[in-house]
Write a protein that binds this ligand. Sequence first.
Ligand SMILES: [Zn+2]
Length: 105
Amino acid sequence: MELEFEKTRRQHIIDLLQLKSWSVYELAKELDVEVNTVVNDLEHIKRSISFPYKMNIFPPECTNCGFKFKDRSKFTKPSRCPRCKGERIIPLMVKIDFVKSTKRQ
Ligand SMILES: [Zn+2]
């Protein structure tokens, strides 16, 4: 069972994600909670979100060589780039879009 404050925080995250794309780090700062808490909330939202809403996930990217971590499913940031070993990585970003079409995607 979901606790009431969790439900409220998750709804807040869903509202924020409809405004723009966010990383877990930005969300944690905005909500003043631990990164792990946001990760758990996003996992929950990802499982429970349904049409006409869709969660869009933008993979982390290396600022040095442009490598995209396309296969990464974790919301947290990889520590270094497997291609150039660079450590400046743009974190994974999440956004929620409202799908206007009546067709399921
Ligand atoms: Zn790189």
